[in-house]
Design a protein around this ligand. Structure first.
Ligand SMILES: Nc1ncnc2c1ncn2[C@@H]1O[C@H](COP(=O)(O)OP(=O)(O)O)[C@@H](O)[C@H]1O
Ligand SMILES: [Mg+2]
Length: 1013
């Protein structure tokens, strides 16, 4: 983390979660950072320091990965985050968000598929795309490559599990989907099921699928594939509700097991559900809704059925039906955004018929729903009986509606609502309830009936889609759609169960990753024995251990006649933090401060973080989930067959598998009902047992924003989910031993530059023709040797940058701040067959030195670049000066030339006159063939006086007699015998080629010449 490095810095104040920053300065105790987008500069202190290695961890600062280029992204280099050199929260967050905005909602993180909810319909699930994945899977299964690496997709994970299932071992598979509400679990489950059922369907079934879509005949016998797909709408109608987070939120956990024959044909399915949120039946918050089926019936049923269900518009006082009923109107009965309830009912009825339900059964179910709605309308008057305040049904008519529609005896219902029966010493004691308690009894009854109805619906689905003979099933693929980790302001029993489930699944996940890691280490021929893996068994024990586990203590408390939530909390404090002022249990998973103890609050440190549970939120009541004796009697005597069936299933669930044993053991006495905690523990352990027998696959769904808007990502919320969804934990497990893994070539190419002075013979710069693993071994040896040499050299302080004889780059290096020493145990770097495995410290060392060398090289390059720039500048200036000089000199030269040539012309003129004169003076001058005497000859008079010739055309001009008379032929070539030179050469106009090389002073010679010729 040297100056110049790019890092992610935790955003403690804003919503960004992490900020992309550049390290401006690194001091021993402080890092100065500059935020890249806004340019804010701030500092970060030290979080921890390892004195031995010199490693310093700065608070909330993580090294950033080198950004990928557009081409690399196009190639899909970011498809799997596990390949990132730095794999931590900000790196994952950054990559996910980058991909999300490029429309890529799926990303691998090793074996986990992260699915970010797009909140818009993307064209990712068409038949064509399904076919591409199917074909690719088929080719791979046959050991062939399809040529292209397909994008991460739910289809890919479904395909992987199908192919694995069809491999020789025929091992069963499971796809575990988790995420918070609205993250897309149910949608992903549907996509997985669509893919698996399509693959598992015979070719005839697939054709039938298309044909069925146009078919109006609902009762037509469907293929198993169709039935399995049709089970979803029915389960969703009874188990899904609109919440503030999700319009179609599943309020139960679900494990669907698809059974396949040896040939890979889908034979049927089995559905197991977990923890239906029964509280919703009696209460839902503003803006939310009860289960869909109520609204579908109220808004969608035909006019003529209104009488049957006693939905009389006249009684609603002008309110819309869903607003009128207490159980449906508490949240304002909002409509769904994607579907209407009218079409919802049609869809549900169609699915029920397709699953093979008779019209009578459907009618009974809907009557029960209407009966529950009327049950919720029953109110109580307060009357005095034997001096006690007791409840009396306010409106007998509504009681009548309800009992008729529920199919129970009206008197039995009245008793169930207004009386309580306690059995003491074998005797039944009846007490009257107050109006308030009667309302509670009404709600408890409604919850029980609905809970039982839901179990019955699941049972019916199982009967429709289940396989006939277990022997037909060779292997199965289970899909788990289960609530993710939850942490609210107030957490209650539901959150404890949900988080317990996630804790158990996380443990299973850890073990799975451990196995994968083990396989990778073995494949790479690396010793893995000394690697520690995270383990959350202690947390699971804290919750589930017999006697001292949180749930066991809750059960114990439930058995006490005077048990209370507060007593239960005290029990736990005594068990886990018995010392005065002790806050944290010895196993570190349970904690509570004194203030929390006073409020009966306790905290559990889960794998995803600490969750604070408030004991006084009806833990005991929710755990007991008791059916009052009056309700038992009501069910047992109910004439309605449906109600009896639902009750039987409820009893079967409550009493569990050991019910019969219990009954015989206690001599026919009614077996004790299991608490919800016990039931759940059993269900969960059976689920984990099942999963452990399979090859698991993981999909973690992420909700990018709470507003359910497309193309929007709240980074802080996304980070929370990565943490809670166990993605980061997965990464932690995956990177527990040697977290950094680089292929040999990448390793060598990245770190060869740490040894700039090592010669090419010792350590070649090019890897061509060399064995990569050998090169890496050598590189590590050299690096360590260099490190120890440097340590010895700097034992007496830093090296002198001004030392004589060192190279310029060495000088630059010595002038820089020293990085952490390059020293680490050799075992911290393991050379596998294809990859180099590194622990964090050696990796940090190498990276620090890399930055250090990059800086030195950058400074060196800057030296050269700056020198070159200065030189270039110099040349430009020099050239300009020379140009100016040249131009000026040229100008001057031309100026002189003009002057000189004029003077030459002048002199020539004079000379030629002289010549002419000489010619004229000579009586018979040289004959010139080319010149006519009249034009060429001119006569001049030359007078020599005191050694100076004076030339004139007129004799009278001279004072004395001319010494000679010269006739000059213009243009004739005259040669001077003198050696004198002339400044410029001139062309005579007539001859065109001859040059006159004359000197004024040579005139006498010319005269001589002429005289002699
Ligand atoms: N892959 C997807 N494509 C388009 N929309 C989706 C996708 N996954 C989820 N959604 C949207 O998000 C909503 C909530 O998804 P759902 O699967 O019901 O969440 P969960 O089961 O996790 O609570 C869906 O109703 C749908 O509108
Ligand atoms: Mg759901």
């Amino acid at each position: 983390m040297e100056a110049g490095a790019f890092v992610w810095c935790r955003d403690d104040k804003g919503d960004e979660a992490w900020l992309y920053c550049e390290v401006l300065k690194k001091a021993a105790n402080e890092l100065t950072l500059k935020e890249k987008s806004k340019g804010d500069v701030f500092t970060r202190g030290v979080e921890s320091r390892n004195e031995e290695t010199g490693e310093t961890k700065f608070d909330g600062v993580e090294l950033a990965n080198t950004p990928l280029s557009e081409e690399e992204k196009q190639e899909g280099r970011d498809n799997d985050l596990i390949t990132l050199p730095h794999l931590h929260e900000p790196a994952i967050l950054h990559s996910l968000s980058d991909r999300f905005f490029r429309g890529k909602i799926y990303t691998w993180t090793g074996p986990v598929l992260i699915a970010v909810n797009p909140f818009q319909r993307l064209p990712l699930y068409t038949d064509d795309i399904l076919e591409v994945y199917r074909r690719d899977g088929l080719l791979r299964a046959q050991g062939m490559q399809s040529g292209e690496d397909l994008e991460p997709h739910v289809f890919a994970i479904a395909d992987r599990s199908y192919r694995q299932m069809m491999s020789d071992s025929r091992r069963s598979q499971s796809i575990l989907i988790s995420g918070e509400s609205g993250a897309g679990k149910t949608e992903s489950t549907k996509i997985v099921m669509l893919y698996l059922t399509t693959l598992g369907a015979g070719s005839g079934d697939v054709e039938e699928k298309t044909a069925d879509e146009d078919e109006d005949e609902d009762t037509k016998e469907l293929s198993i594939m169709q039935k399995v797909l049709q089970s979803n709408p029915v389960l969703e109608a009874f188990g899904n509700a609109r919440t503030l987070r999700n319009d179609n939120s599943s309020r139960f956990g679900k494990f669907i097991e698809l059974g396949f024959s040896r040939a890979g044909h889908l034979m049927g399915a089995r559905v197991q559900t977990y923890l239906l949120e029964k509280v919703r039946l009696a209460f839902h918050a503003a803006g939310e809704r009860n289960y869909h089926i109520f609204y579908q019936l109220l808004r969608g049923c035909k006019e003529e059925d209104h009488v049957k269900y006693e939905f009389h518009d006249g009684i609603t006082g002008g309110l819309e039906l869903p607003m009128f009923f207490h159980y449906t109107g508490q949240g304002g009965a909002p409509h769904l955004r994607e579907f209407t309830d009218e079409s919802g009912l049609e869809y549900t009825l169609k699915a029920m018929r397709r699953l093979g339900w008779s019209e009578e059964t459907i009618d009974n179910v809907l009557s029960l729903i209407a009966g529950l709605l009327h049950l919720g309308q029953i109110t109580f008057n307060s009357v005095e009986k034997d001096g006690m305040e007791t409840a009396e049904i306010a409106d007998e008519k509504i009681l009548g509606y309800s009992s008729r529609l529920l199919g129970v005896d009206v008197e039995g219902l009245r008793i169930a609502l207004t009386e309580r029966i306690i059995v003491a010493r074998g005797q039944e004691i009846k007490t009257n309830l107050t109006p308030e308690k009667a309302s509670d009894a009404r709600d408890a009854l409604a919850k029980t009936i609905y809970g039982a109805l839901f179990l019955w619906v699941v049972d019916q689905v199982n009967q429709s889609v289940g396989w006939e003979n277990d022997s037909d099933i060779r292997s199965s693929c289970g899909v788990l759609d289960i609530f993710g980790f939850e942490c609210f302001a107030t957490n209650s029993f539901e959150q404890l169960c949900i988080n317990y489930t996630n804790e158990a699944l996380q443990q299973q996940f850890n073990q799975f990753i451990f196995k994968l890691e083990q396989a990778e280490y073995e494949a790479e021929n690396i010793n893995w024995a000394f690697i520690e893996f995270p383990d959350n068994q202690d947390c699971l024990d804290t919750i589930q251990a017999p006697k001292i586990g949180i749930l066991s203590m809750l059960d114990d408390e439930c058995r006490l006649p005077k048990g209370s939530d507060r007593n239960w909390a005290k029990r736990m404090y005594d068990q886990y933090i018995p010392e005065k002022n002790q806050n944290v249990s010895e196993n570190t998973r349970f904690q509570a401060t004194n203030v929390q103890k006073a409020k009966a609050i306790f905290c559990v440190r889960h794998f995803a973080g600490v969750v604070q549970y408030t004991a006084e939120t009806n833990f005991m009541e929710k755990n007991k989930d008791e059916i009052p004796l009056t309700a038992h009697n009501l069910f047992e005597t109910a004439p309605n067959k449906l109600l009896q069936d639902t009750y039987a299933i409820q009893q079967r669930e409550n009493l569990g598998r050991s019910a019969d044993e219990d009954a015989t053991a206690k001599g026919g006495k009614a077996p004790k009902q299991k608490t919800v905690g016990q039931q759940f523990k059993e269900q969960l352990s059976s689920l984990i047992e099942n999963v452990q027998k399979t090859d698991p696959h993981y999909i973690r769904c992420i909700k990018p924003n709470d507003a359910a808007k497309p193309l929007m990502m709240t980074r802080k919320r996304t980070t929370e989910q990565l943490r809670y969804g166990g993605v980061l934990e997965a990464v932690r497990v995956a990177r527990a031993g040697y977290p950094v893994r680089l292929y040999h070539t990448s390793f060598y190419q990245r770190y060869r530059m740490l040894l700039p002075t090592t010669s090419d013979e010792d350590l070649p710069w090019s890897m061509e023709g060399h064995e990569p693993q050998q090169l890496c071994v050598k590189l590590v040896d050299f690096v360590l040797e260099e490190g120890s040499k440097h340590k010895a050299a700097t034992a007496n302080g830093p090296l002198n940058p001004n030392e004589v004889g060192i190279t310029r780059s060495e000088k630059i290096r010595r002038m820089q701040a020293e990085p952490i020493p390059m020293a680490f145990p050799k075992t911290d770097v393991q050379l596998g067959l294809t990859k180099v495995f590194m622990r964090k410290h050696p990796h940090d060392c190498l990276e620090a030195h890399r930055v250090f060398h990059q800086h030195a090289s950058a400074t060196m390059i800057q030296c050269w670049a700056r020198g070159l720039a200065a030189q270039r500048q110099y040349y430009i200036v020099q050239d300009s000066i020379q140009t100016i000089q040249r131009t000026y000199r040229g100008y001057k030269g031309r100026e002189r030339y003009v002057v000189q040539s004029q003077s030459l012309y002048t002199s020539f003129f004079i000379l030629s006159q002289t010549h002419m004169m000489l010619h004229f003076l000579s009586t018979d001058g040289p004959a010139c063939a080319r010149h006519r005497p009249e034009c060429c000859s001119r006569r001049f008079f030359v007078c020599l006086s005191n050694g100076v010739h004076t030339i004139a055309q007129n004799e009278e001009r001279f004072d004395t007699k001319p010494s000679s008379v010269v006739t000059i032929f213009e243009g004739s070539m005259l040669q001077s015998k003198s050696n004198s030179t002339i400044d410029a050469s001139l062309h005579t106009r007539n001859s065109g080629c001859s040059s006159l090389r004359l000197f004024l002073s040579s005139v006498p010679h010319v005269l001589e010449l002429l005289a002699s010729s």
